[in-house]
Write a protein that binds this ligand. Structure first.
Ligand SMILES: NC(=O)c1ccc[n+]([C@@H]2O[C@H](COP(=O)([O-])OP(=O)(O)OC[C@H]3O[C@@H](n4cnc5c(N)ncnc54)[C@H](OP(=O)(O)O)[C@@H]3O)[C@@H](O)[C@H]2O)c1
Length: 290
């Protein structure tokens, strides 16, 4: 089975690359913007004709949440229009699509974990562009799964873990918001889940939405404290409210995802968020250049 990965130089794409050797029954085609710009419909069509993938996992996205507030056109082009281009090309050629979305499609006013059928109501441009991407995939008429995930980190690129480790080592104290709750998700775990569920997911004849994050609940403050604990960093972390750390994009105050659907459908086990944070930090510390 030939699997096309778009945006393969990002966090999720790189974690799939790392796992590829454990999935030798799959053949992977890795592309990022230089090999395949997903906003170019003609290039996408030509790529599909030339390489004939069976599956596409769309890891490409515009993920600069705050920058999106003033760069709406690019966010919608990549997260919405291009998702539609890929989904239509996939539908026309019988290719199964895995598309990744976000907890930021929710407004965060829930008091219990979101299920897939809960109403979406994104507050940020990024969230709106991802919602439009979901709709474009749903309208393609093909076969696909859309996986909403949250607070992604990995051993690659810039993310919250690396930022907290860097500043924690440089400073005596730092402020981190404690009134936004969600679940940090190790892109390695998400990548593994996607590759594991594929054979069964492909048998479905329609488009399904699933939630996937690590298990448990945390605030960004709890996340920062866990990072410092596992990295042996002795920096004072002060919990502060969101209003004291204003950012251009509004984030949901609560975006915990209920994962019952994906767990029941595919019988997968999901790691607890603290265990996965520790696993990522152990891995980072083994890398000489970090
Ligand atoms: N990061 C999070 O906290 C988070 C949370 C929830 C959901 N998600 C979703 O999870 C998915 C994976 O996120 P991630 O953190 O792995 O993203 P990422 O690290 O930002 O990777 C996205 C990749 O897509 C590339 N890309 C951008 N425009 C492209 C184009 N036109 N054609 C082809 N590739 C293009 C990016 O290149 P450049 O770097 O050069 O732009 C980058 O290599 C995304 O759908 C994201 O929305 C992420």
């Amino acid at each position: 089975m030939k699997i096309l990965i778009t945006g393969s130089d990002g966090q999720l794409g790189n974690e799939i690359k790392e796992l590829a050797s454990s999935y030798s029954h799959y053949e992977f085609l890795y592309t990022d913007i230089n090999e395949l710009d997903i906003t170019k419909a003609a290039d996408v069509k030509q790529y599909f004709e030339m390489h004939k993938p069976d599956v596409i996992i769309n890891c490409a996205a515009y993920t600069a949440v705050d920058k999106a507030e003033t760069d709406e056109g690019t966010a919608f082009l990549i997260n919405a229009a291009a998702a539609g281009i890929l989904a239509r090309a996939a539908a026309e050629t019988g290719v199964f699509m895995v598309h990744i979305s976000t907890d930021y499609v929710y407004d965060g006013r829930n008091f219990q974990p979101y299920v897939e059928t809960d109403t979406v109501n994104p507050a940020s441009v990024y969230g709106k562009s991802k919602q439009a991407g979901e709709e474009a995939v749903q309208q393609s008429g093909g076969k696909a799964v859309i996986i909403r995930t949250s607070w992604l980190y990995s051993a690659f690129g810039n993310n919250f873990i690396k930022t907290m480790m860097k500043y924690g080592r440089q400073r005596n104290s730092m402020n981190v918001v404690f009134d936004q709750s969600g679940t940090p998700t190790y892109a390695h775990d998400l990548a593994k889940a996607i590759l594991d569920i594929l054979p069964v997911a492909m048998k479905a004849g329609n488009i399904e939405i699933y939630h996937y994050s690590n298990e448990g609940v945390a605030s960004w403050y709890d996340f920062a404290k866990a990072i410092h604990e596992f990295a042996n960093i002795t920096c004072q972390v002060n919990p502060i409210p969101t209003k004291d750390y204003p950012l251009p994009a509004e984030r949901p105050f609560y975006s915990v995802l209920n994962k019952s659907k994906i767990k029941n459908q595919f019988s997968i086990e999901i790691p607890y968020w603290r265990n996965s944070v520790k696993a990522c930090i152990d891995r980072l510390e083994k890398e000489e250049d970090f």
